[in-house]
Design a protein around this ligand. Structure first.
Ligand SMILES: Nc1nc2c(ncn2[C@@H]2O[C@H](COP(=O)(O)OP(=O)(O)OP(=O)(O)O)[C@@H](O)[C@H]2O)c(=O)[nH]1
Ligand SMILES: [Zn+2]
Length: 225
């Protein structure tokens, strides 16, 4: 396809594609290459970008950058693309008969905007009401981190976190709110440093306005220890 036609199609598509599926769009052959092979390939690509920009890749400070970026992509910021890295969420019986909602708030979130490959930085807040099963607290932070380590849109990230916890906890009664800054909005383009994006997903009992309100009130707690 000619570049002109491709650009026209992207233009016509507008932003309708954003958040159109809850699954991260991956090709069927996404995991055919090993991590080592991916790093070797991305290293060449980053080298090429830097070369095109006219940078001197023999410079002491720059020469390690292609390898550094490739490792960072595969093992760190996009490490959550590989299903093998999904955290094992240990669950327990709700022996304590705790029947109220549990809120894990202020979970630090680092992700990457899939449109510009720039950071998304924010906080996620999760709540669930046990249906007989409870999950280790840290596993909620780990689930956020796993799905955040992908090229993301915030809407999809929010839904993926809720769906995963609904699976783990075997209940619909899970909610998530994310408040995050997108550096593609804050540091380039419109360069609005003060704006942030809030997304939410309310499953099961959290569709009830009172339950939802209780959750939203808890996350306003200004916890300092
Ligand atoms: N809905 C949604 N949009 C996002 C997210 N992250 C980034 N975007 C937006 O994706 C859009 C991409 O639009 P384009 O017009 O193709 O990109 P652009 O020309 O760089 O746009 P500007 O950022 O306005 O300069 C931008 O408006 C971004 O702000 C996200 O998590 N959710
Ligand atoms: Zn962006």
């Amino acid at each position: 396809m000619g570049i002109e036609k491709e650009l026209r199609e992207i233009e016509e598509m507008g932003n309708d594609h954003i958040g159109s599926s809850t699954e991260t769009p991956l090709r069927p052959d996404a995991f055919e290459l090993s991590d080592i092979e991916k790093i070797a390939s991305i290293k060449k690509d980053v080298h090429n970008i830097m070369q095109t920009l006219g940078l001197d890749l023999t410079d002491d400070s720059l020469k390690g950058t292609p390898n550094r970026v490739a490792k960072m992509f595969v093992q760190e910021i996009f490490g959550g693309l590989h299903p093998d890295r999904k955290p094992k969420a240990s669950t327990f019986d709700n022996k304590y008969k705790y029947q109220e909602m549990l809120v894990e708030k202020n979970i630090t979130l680092y992700s990457t905007c899939e449109h510009h490959l720039l950071p998304i930085v924010g906080k996620a807040h999760i709540a669930y009401i046990s249906n007989g099963t409870v999950v280790g607290l840290s596993k909620m932070n780990r689930i956020v981190d796993y799905y955040a380590k992908r090229p993301q849109v915030q809407e999809r990230l929010t839904i993926q976190i809720v769906k995963e916890l609904q699976n783990v906890l075997k209940t619909e009664d899970v909610a998530c709110v994310i408040d995050a800054k997108h550096l593609c909005v804050n540091s380039r383009g419109i360069r609005d440093i003060d704006s942030s994006t809030v997304t939410s997903e309310f499953g099961g009992a959290f569709k009830n306005p009172e339950t939802r309100r209780e959750f939203l009130d808890y996350i306003k707690f200004d916890t300092e220890f």
